[in-house]
Design a protein around this ligand. Structure first.
Ligand SMILES: CC(C)(COP(=O)(O)OP(=O)(O)OC[C@H]1O[C@@H](n2cnc3c(N)ncnc32)[C@H](O)[C@@H]1OP(=O)(O)O)[C@@H](O)C(=O)NCCC(=O)NCCS
Length: 180
């Protein structure tokens, strides 16, 4: 993504392989991984994290926008506080999912909410008219974030990953009713 997306506190930018140590604080965390399986497994070490980042970086130019993976960076100290992704949900690959992950020691500061709003505003310039998020019923923090970013609950399904998931949706007009 060029240029990167900016809010007062945050930057949404492309991953680089040099982010591996900081990305590992996110995707190596069991507290995060338990909510991401089966879409993504816990990353075992920083070397494996580097390989994951290499794959994401290599894939990115071949994906149809707005799909991709991005780093969420705190502008004040350039620490990678989280990761954001847009991807087609299996099995039909029609619905675009927004996914967010914040390193556990940075929870409770509103970074997921702020980063998702930045990314959604950009996504809606890329020829899509709705975005979805899915969360397990007991993933209360993720469900709270979906509400904070202006998503509405549309139901429960097992169609995406064979898991019972709560489904949230947002359209461009809903975004306009939420402060940026
Ligand atoms: C889901 C997840 C990103 C939520 O993290 P989070 O920090 O709780 O979420 P937000 O960034 O939206 O922060 C909201 C909290 O910050 C608080 N906050 C503090 N300062 C804030 C600010 N300036 N602006 C907004 N909120 C602020 C809010 O009051 C809220 O607090 P509360 O939890 O006590 O109500 C995190 O739990 C996570 O990474 N989980 C694992 C991955 C996952 O499940 N992802 C979702 C599915 S892909």
């Amino acid at each position: 993504m060029d240029p990167a997306l900016r809010s007062d506190r945050l930057l949404v930018r492309d991953w680089t392989v040099d982010d591996a140590e900081e990305a590992f604080a996110i995707y190596g965390s069991a507290e995060i991984a338990k909510w991401l399986a089966p879409a993504m497994q816990q990353v075992p070490d920083p070397i494996a994290m580097r390989s994951v980042l290499e794959a994401w970086i290599e894939d990115q130019p071949n994906l149809i926008p707005p799909s991709g993976h991005w780093a969420l960076v705190r502008r004040a100290d350039e620490v990678v506080v989280g990761g954001l992704a847009l991807r087609l949900l299996p099995p039909h690959e029609e619905d675009v999912e927004i996914a967010w992950q914040i390193r556990p020691d940075e929870w409770g500061r509103g970074y997921a909410t702020e980063g998702c709003r930045l990314l959604m505003r950009w996504a809606f310039t890329q020829d899509i008219d709705e975005l979805f998020a899915v969360a397990r019923t007991n993933n209360t923090r993720a469900i709270a974030t979906a509400r904070h970013i202006g998503m509405e609950w549309v139901g429960e399904t097992t169609k995406y990953y064979g898991l019972r998931l709560q489904v949230f949706r947002i359209r461009p007009a809903d975004l306009d009713s939420v402060p940026s």
